[in-house]
Ligand binder design. Structure first.
Ligand code: F6R
Length: 614
């Protein structure tokens, strides 16, 4: 959601900024803009729509040469996606330009106060209110950092603010509360951005910022203070993603590329965490064994795809550890007065590490005394920083808005965590852990085999393109996998799709089955799983009502053939691990169907990659 970049250094700011905005496109946006400081003035361009519109505007009306500037991709909250509402916004006197991510909750009050003082606004945004306040404070103090601190003390809600002062072409000033911001430290140049993708082609050195901090960058310095102006220590880190990881490498979509990267992403997430001796080594879980042994409840929290990963994790963690495990949508969690205490382990799953609902949920759990383990893909992001321990997934940057490799690696991390807890608590022995680890180690080539069958799935997508509704069924861990398959189709194909627990079918959902409706069914492994035959019965039930049945079943399971219009074969795995394979054809199906429909697969309408507001 909203991408921000600030730059100061020897390069032409507009080029660095627009290129950075392009790399932030994946976060989701509906307008874009840039401002530079030149000759004591602020000059800016901003346009509704994609960055191509901003490019055209810049070509028609180029900005003056400048080595300092800020840029923004906006995902509309206050006010529609228009040119006027696009960022940057200027203070009433035109001296300050400001970009903002987040929501200022008391903006109506502040706007009324400023309007009463005679300030006129040209947009409907909360940001313009902050810009007006900043301009007013700067006129009084003459110091942008001091003015920023003063303004922050008046704002409620979540915000990252980045500003420049027309009269000071040497520094960019930013502040953050509950919204992402990182510093990129270059050689004679510095950057501020919502995430490292914006500046990774210029530098791999970064600094994490904490809550309620103000940062001032010049070309060769970075100064961080709290909102009271006291200097605070910083935490530099090296970004180990390489720039090519964020390129499409010949694929039409980042999403398709990321689906095909899954064998590597899964292998990387397993790397170095198991020695083969029967002992899992998760050094990252810096919570002592005694404390882990006292855990009597696990609550897994996430949103969207991360929530579905949590649903799968519940089956595995309960089965392996015998600790009761709940899964909760982060957006619901803290508003229902959950029962959480010092013996509760809270597991927060988040690819971006910036999802506002998940962040607020872990803060709530922490306030009740719970310990927090984050499962996250983004180094330096807020959720891991506010957790007691973090298990990083090593998926590499996920650019496509619809999560794919993020999901598979979250599953792997959840399995690792479940086995680790079982090991610490002594309820699983080395040979049992070793058997699951061997199976996990064998997953990358199995995922590759599913990917090798992509053409077959693509053919299916073209056959089923003109259907209105799609149903996905599964039991046990196949149920969240079915939900994830349906979510992918909703997100990028904009089609109505529902995932159901197959056992629930007769309790209602079967009524919607129309002749010709595509129904995807995930079948548990044959022979070794008691639910297999029940799911086969469910296939027969929908088939009897005219559904077109697409059955995902393991290799050699011929028991499903008679009831399937199409069988997609999955390599053999144990039930708990099956979602790692079963979701892959569903990702491919959604990606191909959305492509055939002419949709923007990487940046689907209305969606943002990183949902940084509640
Ligand atoms: C689905 C998707 C979203 C995210 C959700 C949580 O494809 O991308 O549902 O999974 O917004 O995001 P993170 O994992 O970044 O917290």
């Amino acid at each position: 959601m909203c991408g921000i970049i600030g730059y100061v250094g020897p390069q032409q700011a507009v080029n660095v900024i627009v290129e950075g905005l392009r790399r932030l496109e994946y976060r989701g946006y509906d307008s874009a803009g840039v401002a530079v400081g030149a000759d004591g003035r602020i000059e800016w361009r901003k346009k509704a729509g994609k960055i191509a519109n901003l490019d055209a505007e810049l070509a028609a009306r180029p900005l003056p040469a400048s080595t300092i500037g800020i840029g923004h991709t906006r995902w509309a909250t206050h006010g529609g996606p228009t040119d006027a509402n696009a960022h940057p916004h200027l203070s009433a006197d035109g001296r300050v330009a400001l970009v903002h991510n987040g929501i200022i909750e008391n903006f109506a009050l502040l706007r009324a106060e400023l309007t009463a003082e005679g300030v006129a606004f040209s947009s409907e945004t909360d940001t313009e209110v902050a810009a007006a306040l900043l301009g007013r404070a700067l006129a009084r103090t003459g110091d942008l950092a001091g003015a920023m601190r003063r303004v922050c003390s008046r704002l409620e809600g979540a915000f990252t603010l980045v500003a420049i002062d027309a009269q000071d072409p040497t520094r960019v000033v930013a502040a953050r509360r509950n919204s992402p911001l990182v510093v990129g430290v270059g050689d004679g140049e510095n950057f501020l951005a919502s995430d490292v993708a914006a500046f990774i082609e210029h530098t791999r050195e970064a600094i994490e910022l904490g809550q309620d901090q103000v940062v001032v960058i010049t070309a060769d310095s970075v100064e961080v203070t709290d909102f009271a102006g006291r200097p605070v220590g910083t935490k530099p880190y090296h970004i180990d993603w390489d720039t090519t990881a964020a390129e499409k490498a010949g694929y039409d979509w980042f999403m398709r590329k990321e689906i095909f990267e899954q064998p590597r992403a899964v292998a990387d997430t397993l790397l170095g965490r198991y020695s083969g001796s029967g002992e899992l080594a998760l050094d990252e879980i810096r919570i002592g064994p005694d404390e882990l042994r006292r855990v009597d409840k696990i609550i897994i929290i996430g949103c969207g795809t991360a929530y579905y990963a949590g649903m799968v994790a519940k089956y595995a963690i309960e089965h392996w550890t015998r600790i009761g495990c709940e899964v909760e949508l982060a957006s619901e969690f803290r508003y229902r007065d959950p029962i959480v205490d010092a013996n509760t382990l809270c597991v927060a799953i988040s690819q971006s590490g910036e999802t506002a609902d998940t962040l607020q949920a872990i803060r709530h759990a922490r306030d009740q005394g719970s310990r927090i383990v984050a499962i996250c893909n983004t180094n330096g992001s807020t959720i891991p920083r506010e957790s007691d321990a973090v298990l990083y997934t090593h998926a590499g940057p996920e650019i496509g808005v619809a999560s794919t490799k993020g999901f598979l690696t979250q599953l792997i991390a959840c399995y690792l965590l479940g086995l680790f807890l079982a090991q610490v608590r002594g309820v699983k022995f080395g040979d049992e852990i070793g058997a699951v680890m061997d199976e996990l180690a064998a997953m990358p080539p199995k995922i590759q085999r599913v990917l090798d069958g992509a053409d077959d799935v693509y053919g299916l997508a073209h056959q089923l393109i003109d259907q209105g509704d799609y149903v996905f069924l599964g039991r046990h861990v196949g149920y969240p996998a079915a939900m994830e398959g349906a979510l992918k189709l909703k997100e990028i194909a904009y089609l109505h799709a529902e995932g159901f627990a197959a056992g629930e079918l007769k309790h209602g959902p079967i009524a919607i089955i129309d002749p010709g409706m595509p129904v995807f069914v995930i079948v548990p492994p044959a022979g070794r799983d008691q639910l297999h035959d029940k799911v086969v019965s469910n296939i027969q039930e929908v088939r009897a009502r005219g559904a077109r049945t697409i059955v995902l079943a393991e290799e050699g399971d011929t028991g499903v053939d008679a009831y399937a219009e199409k069988v997609i074969r999955l390599p053999r795995v144990s039930t708990l691990l099956q979602p790692v394979l079963a979701v892959v054809p569903l990702q491919l199906f959604a990606c191909e169907l959305a492509t055939a429909l002419g949709n923007d697969v990487d940046q689907p309408r209305n969606l943002a990659k990183s949902v940084t507001v509640e």
